[in-house]
Design a binder for this molecule. Sequence first.
Ligand code: AHG
Ligand code: MN
Ligand code: MN
Length: 336
Amino acid sequence: MAKKNQTLGEFIIENQSDFQYSSGELSRLLNSIRLAAKVVNHEVNKAGLVDITGAAGDTNIQGEDQQKLDVYANDVFIQTMTDRNIVCGIASEEEDDFITINSQDELHQNKYVVLIDPLDGSSNIDVNVSVGTIFSIFRRITPVGTPVALKDFLQTGDKQVAAGYVVYGTSTMLVYTTGKGVNGFTLNPALGSWYLSHPNMQFPVDGQIYSVNEGNYLDFPEGIKKYIKYCQSEEEDRPYTSRYIGSLVSDFHRNMIKGGIYMYPKSTKNPKGKLRLLYECSPMAFIAEQANGVASDGYKRIMEIMPTELHQRVPFICGSKNMVEKAEEFMLKFKE
Ligand code: AHG
Ligand code: MN
Ligand code: MN
C-alpha cells in the first residue's frame, strides 16, 4: 500500500511479502538497480561538463555507434549487480553475449537473470535531452547450481518477474512493476533518496499523442501509414498531436502520464523493426499492461512472443488501449 513520503527502499521491503516464499533476493536485486541508477544519474547530469560524450570509437553488435556514456552505464549496472552477487546472469544490449555470474562461495546459487538496455536514447546525450535505462528480470529456467544458459534469457515477456525503467529527465525517476501495478519514484538529488511520487500509474484509456519517427514514413507498412493519416485527418474533430523525442523511455513515460501511442514499425531500413524485444519491448510491454495499456507488434501481444536470439528486434506499438487497438485495426485491414 502506497504511503505518503515513502522511499523506494521502504516500498521494496514492504512489498516483499507479495511474493510467496520470498527470500529477499528480488528485493536485494531491485536495491542494487536503484543504487546503480543513482550512479549513472550522477554521470548523466555531468555529461555537459566533462568530456565524456561522443562516440567511444566502438560499435556494438548491431553495428551502431556506441557513446561513451553507454559504455559507462553498462559497466556500472553490470558491476553493481556482479559485486553484490545477486543474479546468476546478465544480458545487455551493449554486450555480444550474456554474462555468467559465479558466486564466490557456492556456484550459481542465484535465481534471477537480468536483461538491460543500460542507456536508452543515447543519441540524445550530446544535446541535453532525456535518456533512460530499461531492465527486465526473469527467474532462471535451468536449475540453481548449474551455470546459466541462453534459454534462461530467451523467455516470453509474460514470464517476467519485474521490469522497470529509469528516466534521467528534468527530474530522475525510477518506474517499475513486479506484476502488481506500476509505481514511480522521483530522486531527490540532494538526499540521494527516491520518493514515491507516482503511485499506481495508469495509461489513460484514450490519448491524443502519437509518437513515431515520421522521417521513415515512406517505408512504413500500409497499416501504419493509414493510421498516421487517420490521426492527422480533420474528420470528426480528431484531437491528435505528434510528439517524438527519440528516446523510448521518455516517449513512453510521457505517453503513460498524458495518454498516447508510441510506434516503431518495421521499415525497409529495419525490416524487423529497430527496437530490441528483450531489452526494450518486453519490459516496456510488461509495464504498459500493468498500467492498463497495450503493447503489440501490430498483430499480437509483445508479451507472448518467444524470442529466438538475444538481440532480436521487433516492431513495437504501445500505449493507450484505444489508440493501440485502432492502430492494430489498420494493420489488419491493410495487411501486406
Ligand atoms: P538506444 O539508444 O538504446 O540504441 O535506443 C534508441 C531507440 C529508442 O530509444 C528510440 O525510441 C529509437 O531508438 C529512436 O530511433 P530513431 O532515431 O530511428 O527514431
Ligand atoms: Mn534503447
Ligand atoms: Mn541503449
